[in-house]
Design a protein around this ligand. Structure first.
Ligand SMILES: O=c1ccn([C@@H]2O[C@H](COP(=O)(O)O)[C@@H](O)[C@H]2O)c(=O)[nH]1
Length: 239
């Protein structure tokens, strides 16, 4: 896989017209992420649009519910034949196990490949201070992220979502087969916005990330194609 294929661009837009416009502006992108805003607005139609263009799909719906409900949602999501799917690790061990089984069932019933199921550890918009003072988690943030990733791995998930700042530690502890997907990636020239735990694309890749999710630095740039090209050039220096 070349390094450009490790970049996932989120389609964080309001409707299908804007999503198609963004895809057409960036035809070189091979992996797109569909999140809560667009899926809530369009439903599975957007997935068909992406498939008709032979794109890979990260369906980032971040499920978080009781095991029975999460399993139903995972069965339905897996039937679309997407590549990556997310659930919050904090849904708990039983929900993670139920989700792991459900993606297999849903995909088999639909006759498609099951998605890689990956667990959100701690959202990249959460700082150490917020984890301690707002969420009342007594562990240090890197330790808590590791605990969530290890629980997900024990429950049979394929990987985790973490910030680039934790990726080296997770790679060491979870091994090379465990997928590590990093949002919160920011080139030096981009604004951080609401992302609290970021590193640059080259730092994230060097630390051991499998995929980098990079949104606004590209999609909100005055010239998205140029921003994409700069990031690809930066990543080429790592390869
Ligand atoms: O911990 C997480 C989990 C998911 N995301 C998603 O990634 C993108 C990041 O977009 P940027 O514009 O590059 O900030 C966005 O779709 C989030 O929903 C995350 O940021 N952190």
């Amino acid at each position: 896989m070349n390094t450009n294929e490790k970049i996932i661009i989120p389609l964080d837009v309001a409707n299908i017209t804007d999503a198609i416009a963004l895809m057409e502006k960036l035809p070189q992108v091979s992996f797109w992420k569909v999140g809560l805003e667009l899926f809530t607005s369009t439903g599975p139609q957007i997935l068909q649009e992406l498939k008709s263009r032979q794109k890979r799909i990260f369906l980032d719906l971040k499920f978080h519910d009781i095991p029975n409900t999460v399993a139903g949602a995972c069965r339905a999501a897996a039937s679309y034949g997407v590549d990556l799917l997310t659930i919050h690790a904090t849904a708990g061990r039983d929900a993670l196990k139920a989700a792991t089984e459900a993606v297999q069932t849903g995909a088999a019933q639909a006759g498609v490949e099951p998605p890689k199921l990956i667990a959100i550890t701690v959202l990249t918009s959460i700082s150490s201070r917020q984890l301690a003072f707002d969420l009342k988690i007594p562990l240090e943030l890197p330790e808590y992220v590791l605990e969530m990733a290890l629980m997900a791995q024990e429950a049979g998930l394929d990987g985790a979502v973490c910030s680039p700042q934790e990726v080296a530690q997770l790679r060491d502890s979870c091994g090379n087969e465990f997928l590590l997907v990093c949002p919160g990636v920011r080139p030096t020239w981009a604004e951080k916005g609401d992302q609290k735990r970021s590193l640059t694309p080259s730092q994230a890749l060097q630390a051991g990330a499998n995929y980098l999710v990079i949104g606004r630095p590209v999609t909100a740039a005055a010239e998205p194609e140029l921003a994409w090209k700069k990031i690809c050039e930066e990543l080429a220096t790592v390869a």
